[in-house]
Write a protein that binds this ligand. Structure first.
Ligand SMILES: Nc1nc2c(ncn2[C@@H]2O[C@H](COP(=O)(O)OP(=O)(O)OP(=O)(O)O)[C@@H](O)[C@H]2O)c(=O)[nH]1
Ligand SMILES: [Mg+2]
Length: 621
């Protein structure tokens, strides 16, 4: 199935055309039929010559219902743009076009109707030029844009909804339009913006919307305004279904739930970030010249939602929006910014041709940090601009925005897999540690800083056997110890919960051998490797001397090496013995042999950690 929305000035014949194409009545309300005016969104569908099923979301053209028009167009990938031959391009034609431009809708078919009343040629000419400049002008961002005709502009069809003239051509053109639409991912996270909610006797609450991608099935648990709800039943185009994948019109039964408002969304748990603070990159459209000219108070439209917002320009085109309520968003979502200042009808002095749509806004961050320092706003704007992939020409639809895991990490440096998923940029490979993903340059920098802090710690605490992992985590400002663990690479080593600066400056093969010794010592701290073992590892007197100089090993006697700090640790154990003690008692306490115990005790005597009392006795502490 495909879904296409209508667009165009009031009374230009949108609903008449939908009726003629589908045989269904898009204007369901009695008031609509009485006034001959669309007020609410209308739904109808037909089968095209190719056999593809096409559903229409018919929008109102009256300027007062712009919000409803945007709710209809918001989640829909393509538009049938209707212009009356006898009236030509009109203010809401322009306003709707500017909205499509802002939203990044690039799939558009021009239909000049009421051709029985006037020659369609002038209206085609004027509208085609305008549509092509606004939408086709950025065709390089959308290679499959529906362009056509000799001039390479938007495809145009002349019809009459009254006489039926041109309808077969229109059906074929619609087939061409939907054939060019991207195939959405059925595995994508679901976000069904609710455009209608009602109660059905016996079934309870039903909500409807356009599902742009992903799959909804009966029994699924989704979130509605952050609260879990169960899908009790499902329909698409009046047919009962067990499962529906986008693009599709769907009606979801949420038995027992209160009636939600339009603009709420049903979403996959964990698939979206609910946020009321976003940093965006603004693309002015219509009359707005630059981001700095945005009014402070705005209405933000996304999907079928319209929320109030306060805008704070951060620098260049980057703007921070504080939304009136949290909405589920992804990086790369496109918001439409509208001036709420002058509501139509309430301000008779308003120029009726004025377009209230101001800009499209590409969501760059759904978790922006607080900006406290002077200059922080500018730095933030610069960071976001430089993190953007170079080829992107935002705002563009998500698939075209090119915002991916790498972008999110350039902005945040360090994120959990779940956070990335909720931002809409699910990682495909493994992280650096557990669920953590880190920007590669930052990871390298952290590795260098860890080396530094471990060295500094060693200098400040010469008697300790290395830096505790928790102290390093704190020093580097990391949120998880596992990250520190993953950063420990030679010449650093993890020994008994501490990080020791290993064989820095040694040749790689020696470094590796020293690491082996250090690992063995970590398990049995006072069982110094025997001469045979050292020889086997290629560690002769010269190599051992270098390792000792590098601070990787501690030499306590001829050919006897232990981990740095082993002497302090030995003193700690010896202090607990009944004083004075003998070599044998020390040997047992340290779980070692005389081969090590004797030179180690002599070393302890030398550094003052033990005192020799006579031939057999020593004291410690
Ligand atoms: N002669 C003629 N009249 C038409 C044609 N299409 C629509 N009309 C008339 O134009 C008027 C408006 O038609 P609608 O289809 O309601 O227009 P609309 O664009 O849906 O209007 P809104 O939804 O309110 O924006 C109606 O009186 C229709 O009968 C056409 O092709 N030829
Ligand atoms: Mg209508």
């Amino acid at each position: 199935m495909h879904v296409v929305a209508t667009a165009g000035h009031v009374d230009h014949g949108k609903s008449t055309l939908v009726r003629a194409l589908t045989g269904m009545e898009p204007d369901r309300l009695e008031e609509e039929r009485r006034r001959g005016l669309t007020i609410e969104l209308g739904y109808a569908w037909t089968d095209l010559p190719s056999g593809e099923r096409l559903a229409f979301v018919d929008v109102p053209g009256h300027e007062r219902f712009l919000g409803t028009m945007l709710a209809g167009v918001g989640p829909v990938p393509a538009v049938m743009f209707v212009v009356a031959a006898d009236e030509g391009w009109m203010p809401q034609s322009e306003e709707h076009l500017v909205a499509l431009e802002a939203l990044g809708v690039r799939h558009c078919l021009l239909v000049v109707t009421r051709s029985d009343l006037a020659d369609p040629a002038p209206a085609i000419e004027r509208s085609r030029t305008r549509l092509t400049t606004a939408l086709g002008g950025r065709a390089h961002t959308c290679p499959d844009a529906v362009l056509g005709g000799e001039a390479g502009g938007v495809v145009a069809v002349a019809v009459s909804g009254r006489t039926g003239q041109g309808l077969p051509e229109l059906r074929r053109a619609l087939d061409g339009l939907v054939a060019g639409l991207p195939r959405p991912d059925p595995g994508a996270a679901v976000r069904l913006w609710i455009d209608r909610a009602f109660s059905v006797t016996g079934s309870g609450t039903v909500v409807t919307g356009t599902l742009p991608a992903g799959t909804v099935s009966v029994g699924d648990e989704l979130l509605l305004a952050g609260e879990p709800v169960r899908v009790r039943g499902l329909e698409s185009l009046k047919e009962s279904r067990d499962t529906v994948s986008g693009v599709a019109r769907v009606a979801v039964n949420l038995r027992g739930h209160d009636l939600p408002d339009r603009g709420q969304a049903l979403v996959t748990p964990g698939g979206w970030t609910y946020t009321d603070l976003v940093d965006v990159r603004v693309q002015p459209v219509g009359a707005l010249q630059e981001a700095a000219g945005l009014p402070r108070r705005l209405t933000v439209h996304v999907g079928s939602a319209a929320v109030t917002a306060e805008a704070r320009p951060l620098g260049g085109r980057v703007v921070r929006l504080r939304l009136g309520r949290p909405v589920p968003l992804h990086l790369g979502d496109v918001l439409l910014l509208r001036d709420p200042g002058r509501a139509p009808g309430r301000d008779p002095g308003r120029d009726r041709s004025e377009v209230r749509v101001l800009a499209g806004a590409l969501v760059l961050d759904v978790h922006p940090p607080a900006l406290r320092r002077r200059g922080a706003a500018r730095e933030r704007a610069a960071l976001l601009e430089t993190a953007l992939p170079k080829r992107a020409a935002p705002p563009a639809p998500p698939a075209l925005g090119g915002l991916d895991v790498a972008f999110a990490l350039r902005v945040h440096r360090l994120l959990r897999a779940a956070e990335l998923r909720a931002m809409g940029v699910a990682p495909d490979g493994p992280g650096v540690a557990g669920e953590w993903y880190v920007e590669p340059g930052h990871w390298e920098e952290l590795g260098r800083r860890l080396m530094e802090v471990v060295r500094e710690y060693g200098d400040g605490h010469p008697l300790e056997p290395g830096m505790p992992v928790e102290a390093a985590r704190h020093e580097l400002g990391l949120p998880d110890r596992r990250l520190v663990g993953a950063l420990v690479r030679p010449p650093l080593a993890l020994v008994g919960g501490r990080i020791v600066a290993g064989a820095a400056g040694l040749p790689a093969s020696v470094g590796r051998a020293v690491e082996r010794v250090r690992r063995e010592l970590a398990a049995r701290p006072f069982q110094a490797p025997e001469a045979g073992r050292l020889a086997e590892l290629g560690l002769g007197p010269r190599e051992l001397a270098a390792a000792v100089r590098a601070g990787s090993l501690l030499r306590v006697g001829e050919g006897i090496v232990l981990l740095p700090g082993a002497d302090a640790r030995a003193a700690e154990l010896l202090r607990r013995l009944p004083q004075p003690f003998t070599v044998s008692q020390a040997r047992r306490a340290l779980d070692t042999t005389r081969r090590v115990a004797v030179p180690l005790l002599e070393h302890l005597d030398r550094v003052g950690l033990t005192q020799r009392l006579d031939e057999v006795h020593r004291r410690c502490g």
